[in-house]
Design a protein. Structure first.
Length: 281
């Protein structure tokens, strides 16, 4: 009887060896932070980083976003080697910039360029939160302005995907000036009859949400994206009221008239193609 008990215990108490654990390649599986579903990373990538179970939108890098939308081989990047300096001599800023360049393989928090979507020409700008949380410094503002000016010159639409923590504190007022600079460029595009489509992704906050991200002829956002200016806690302390649970989400903004549509990523390419086609004619 004791022998049977020991056999049974040994059978059900087996712990996988370290060798067995190491045989599972790192990055093979991804767990959804929303519904906890575990899926193959390759399948998630094929689904444009959208959870097939609950629709959670994972973050995309700038180049992943561009590859998911534009015609293969059509993208030509602008100002790739433009990098930030340290005009205010902010302590450790240059070291942090260099660390972000190595981590993200980007020179700045935005990628701009021209390309085509289903043979419709456009200029595109995509922010990447891996670099300084997508914060808006002088280079980000300059690259957006140059991209808008190119769209004006060529008479083609401008599409911008924002993802940002706001203005970059290490550049002080120089960063804040980019709000006016980019807004002025977009006003010029508007006067010329150009088309600007703004798509806010998670998160779009601070000076970015208060400037160019909210100035589109069409203002879209991905589902459940955080969009706002100041933080929730600061607003509650200022107005001394408890805010709704869904406050500063894309769905809340749509309900209150600040967005034209909450646009799921899997519908993005088809919807943008229709809009570009309408305006091209």
């Amino acid at each position: 009887m004791l022998k049977d008990f020991l056999k049974k215990k040994k059978r059900y108490a087996t712990i996988p060896s370290e060798r067995a654990k190491q045989e599972v390649p790192e990055g093979l599986m991804t767990k959804c932070p929303s519904c906890r579903t575990i899926m193959y990373t390759k399948e998630l990538d094929k689904n444009l980083k959208v959870c097939d179970s609950c629709g959670h939108h994972f973050r995309m890098t700038a180049y992943e976003r561009i590859d998911s939308l534009l015609d293969e081989g059509s993208f030509v990047e602008f100002d790739k080697n433009m990098i930030s300096k340290n005009p205010l001599d902010f302590p450790t800023y240059e070291e942090k910039l260099e660390a972000d360049r190595k981590k993200s393989n980007l020179n700045e928090a935005i990628v701009t360029g021209k390309g085509s979507l289903n043979n419709l020409d456009l200029v595109i700008a995509v922010m990447d939160p891996r670099f300084r949380m997508g914060s808006m410094g002088s280079v980000v503002g300059e690259k957006i302005t140059r991209a808008v000016e190119y769209a004006i010159e060529m008479g083609i639409p401008f599409i911008l995907f924002s993802a940002s923590g706001g203005a970059r504190m290490q550049e002080g007022v120089l960063s804040l000036m980019q709000m006016a600079k980019t807004s002025a460029a977009l006003q010029k595009l508007n006067r010329q009859g150009g088309l600007f489509i703004s798509i806010m992704t998670h998160p779009t906050t601070g000076g970015v949400s208060a400037s160019f991200a909210s100035l589109g002829d069409y203002n879209f956002a991905e589902p459940k994206a955080l969009i706002g200016f100041a933080g929730r806690r600061i607003i509650e302390q200022t107005i001394r009221q408890e805010l709704p649970e869904d406050f500063q989400t894309a769905e809340f903004l749509l309900k209150h008239g600040q967005l034209d549509r909450v646009l799921p990523r899997l519908e993005m390419k088809e919807t943008l193609t229709k809009i570009l086609d309408i305006h091209s004619s």
